[in-house]
Ligand binder design. Structure first.
Ligand SMILES: NC(=O)c1ccc[n+]([C@@H]2O[C@H](COP(=O)([O-])OP(=O)(O)OC[C@H]3O[C@@H](n4cnc5c(N)ncnc54)[C@H](O)[C@@H]3O)[C@@H](O)[C@H]2O)c1
Length: 436
């Protein structure tokens, strides 16, 4: 099938590459000419495991191409995905200007009936706005479809190739049939996991899923902070509650607060959509408040142990990305931590395997970017772990102990066992862990 994906970021690029991988003829469009030039040269501007070879292979085999020319791509395609950004507006609502601009442009190039698919995360009612924006530019019939994306950065290829489910919101058989054909190769194994529903329900499903996941995180973070106060260990509590099938084990890890390009903005946008309709989602307001507070926990712990004036003090950081296996720094808990440490006068030495380029656009040269994890702790008064990269899980502890000026280890991801670290001479503090 001939497919266009507009927006070649984390979602559009992964969707485009995976759709090409299953034999479709895919054109990825972006209005960032530099990004398109790099992609045309097989240079993938983001880090996502497995993405670069997939882009290279499909481009070499002629199924995947990149362009800034939206018109040409749209005219050639039967299905056009909109996968541009929907950043938060000033009031927290999703900014739809990119989505609707693209919809209008698609309308101007509508030469035969096509499906226009919203893959960006968009508030309920957006597919109707897309329909109106396209209709304003063309008399050619077309169909709309809401097909929200559920991939996780860091595992995006796997999630797209083997999705838990594919949500397809449609109001026509033509759109449903085309979407089922397109997604059949991804859902063949493990039963048919395409869930077809009405458009509004599909739009709400995406926000409800992210709101639920954010709620689990804020819930566990509050329980962790409570555990710290009462001498309990949240890791034990997590095992205890996760074994209840109604709760489940996944996504119950406390940490430095959720970040990334989705949860913070989607929770805010859902609250805003609801409040515009006179509905108060106060549970989610609390989820957000807890998260804002949690994002300060690593800084507060550091200041508590090192003092509030950090002039002359050095803090080593392991991890800057908002989670492992991505270079994405959007809303990363590292941002308030680094800013707070710098404001308090600290010298910050940070290591991240993939996110240094992104970090440089935020912190510039105010942070020393270490080439390896051990250089980041050299002469430091504390090591703070922000991101759960695999390579931090089993470090050379004696070497770490020796390199640190003070063996203070603040573990924002609970990677280590408090008893073991204490026995090795560290002052160890996790999130919600019992003191040895
Ligand atoms: N990143 C994720 O993990 C994830 C997961 C699921 C859903 N989403 C949603 O998918 C959407 C895209 O997210 P992302 O992380 O890929 O964003 P991104 O910022 O990485 O990519 C968006 C791309 O769209 C391009 N763009 C913007 N306006 C354009 C226009 N008018 N014409 C052509 N290209 C244009 C930008 O240049 C950019 O390359 C958002 O709505 C997001 O909420 C993201």
């Amino acid at each position: 099938m001939h497919v266009t994906v507009v927006g070649s970021g984390y979602v559009g690029l992964v969707a485009g590459a995976c759709l090409a991988e299953t034999g479709n003829d895919v054109v990825c469009v972006d209005n960032d000419a530099e990004k398109i030039a790099r992609l045309t040269q097989n240079e993938v501007p983001i880090y996502e495991p497995g993405l670069e070879p997939m882009v290279q292979r499909n481009q070499a085999e002629g199924r995947l191409s990149f362009t800034t020319d939206l018109g040409d791509a749209v005219r050639r395609s039967k299905v056009v995905f909109i996968a541009v950004g929907t950043p938060p507006g000033e009031d927290g609502s999703a900014d739809l200007s990119h989505v609707l601009a693209v919809a209008g442009a698609i309308g101007r190039h509508m030469n035969e009936p096509k499906v226009v698919v919203t893959k960006s995360t968009v508030p309920v009612g957006t597919a109707e706005k897309v329909r109106a924006a396209v209709s304003a530019e063309t008399t050619t019939p077309f169909w709309v479809c809401a097909n929200p994306e559920f991939l996780k950065e860091g595992a995006a290829i796997d999630d797209f190739m083997r999705p838990d489910r594919v949500i397809v919101g449609v109001d026509s058989d033509d759109a449903r049939e085309l979407m089922e054909e397109l997604y059949a190769p991804f859902t063949r194994q493990g039963g048919n996991r395409i869930i077809v529903m009405d458009i509004a329900s599909a739009e709400v499903t995406k926000y409800a899923a992210n709101a639920m996941l954010a709620t689990r995180i804020s819930f566990m973070n509050q329980i962790a902070n409570f555990c710290e106060q009462v001498g309990a260990d949240v890791s034990q509590v997590r095992l205890g509650i996760g074994s209840d099938q109604r709760i489940g084990r996944a996504f119950l890890y406390p940490g430095p607060g959720y970040g990334g390009s989705c949860f913070p903005k989607d929770v805010k946008a859902l609250i805003r959509t609801a409040s515009n309709l006179g509905v108060r989602l106060d549970l989610l307001e609390a989820v957000e408040t807890v998260n804002e507070r949690q994002k300060r926990v690593l800084l507060e712990k550091t200041l508590r142990f090192l003092g509030s004036d950090l002039h002359g003090k050095t803090v080593g950081l392991w991890g800057l990305a908002f989670k492992a296996e991505t270079d994405d720094m959007r809303e990363s808990p590292a941002i308030p931590l680094v800013c707070g440490l710098l404001d308090a006068g600290a010298r910050v030495q940070a290591h991240d395997p993939k996110a240094v380029d992104s970090a440089r656009t935020i912190f510039g040269d105010r942070v020393l970017y270490a080439a390896d994890p051990y250089s980041a702790v050299h002469g430091a008064d504390a090591l703070v772990i922000v991101t759960e990269w695999l390579q931090y899980r089993n470090p050379d502890f004696p070497r770490l102990r020796q390199l640190l000026r003070r063996p203070l280890l603040i573990d924002g991801r609970n990677l280590y066992e408090p008893d073991r670290l204490t026995a090795m001479g560290f002052e160890y503090h996790g999130i919600g862990r019992r003191k040895p």
